[in-house]
Design a protein around this ligand. Structure first.
Ligand code: ADP
Ligand code: ADP
Length: 226
């Protein structure tokens, strides 16, 4: 069974804007899917519906076996990584990574173990006691990923996570994110307007334009078409 199943999902905002026209697709377990398209085409709206940050106007959304249309983000087994990191400035790296687990009745030792595991995976061991302001852009992005990883999500959602980084760092983080996703074997939906990111990271690309899905295929199928 697919990890994520979208059946005739659409988004109409209260002002009447049809951001996503009815669309259906499946994302198999473990696949890295990139939603790509120009600004305003509906990528974020699609991602935010999957995350539960935006109501679904029509259609059904399943994550695993569960219909999640009416579930809160916290109940969906997802973790998000945003471009603005969304880190807490007053907390250390250690606290930032572990924060989402604190009110889940998870024992302190278990939280510490998960934080240690994530920080080792992300090369953050030497930075655990720093505040976000004392980190580079790439390190901050790794902390944001650490916060996502400790949740053990079924599904990773990325919203333009690299667009604030310079070109060199962007290249490096593309490789890191992809390697991490492979290693964890977790399903990922990644939104970007950058075709290079789509081409290099995706197992499958979904091309959106003006609220429609125009094409779904492998990077080769999408970018080598005559
Ligand atoms: P993208 O992520 O591809 O830039 P969005 O999903 O952000 O696209 O936006 C798709 C369309 O929906 C755009 O026309 C945008 O103006 C509109 N839109 C996005 N958010 C809202 C909102 N909260 N209210 C009304 N219209 C919105
Ligand atoms: P609980 O299961 O106790 O409700 P949550 O799953 O809501 O706990 O996690 C606590 C907080 O952590 C929530 O506000 C959640 O949104 C937040 N959180 C922290 N990092 C992330 C992330 N990367 N993706 C989604 N939510 C996150």
């Amino acid at each position: 069974m697919a990890q994520v199943t979208l059946s005739q999902i659409s988004k109409v905002y209260p002002n009447g804007a049809k951001a996503v026209k009815p669309a259906s697709f499946d994302i198999p377990d473990g696949e890295f899917v990139v939603l790509v398209g120009p600004s305003g085409c509906g990528k974020s709206s699609m991602l935010r519906m999957i995350a539960g940050l935006e109501d679904i106007s029509t259609g059904d959304l399943h994550i695993g076996e569960r219909r999640v249309n009416d579930l809160d983000p916290a109940d969906r087994d997802i973790a998000m990584v945003f471009q603005n990191y969304a880190l807490y400035p007053h907390m250390t790296v250690r606290k930032n990574i572990g924060y989402g687990l604190q009110n889940r009745k998870i024992a302190k030792a278990e939280i510490n173990r998960k934080v240690a595991e994530a920080s080792a995976l992300l090369n953050l061991d030497d930075y655990l006691d720093r505040k976000p302001s004392q980190l580079s852009g790439g390190q901050r992005q790794r902390v944001a990923m650490g916060r996502a990883i400790v949740r053990d999500p079924e599904l990773f959602l990325f919203d333009e996570p690299l667009s604030n980084l310079d070109a060199k760092l962007r290249n490096q983080m593309r490789i890191e994110i992809k390697a991490l996703q492979r290693r964890l074997g977790v399903t990922a939906v990644y939104v970007t307007h950058d075709q290079v990111e789509a081409m290099t990271m995706a197992d499958r690309i979904i091309v959106m334009n003006a609220g429609n899905i125009e094409q779904i295929g492998t990077p080769f199928e999408v970018y080598n078409r005559p």
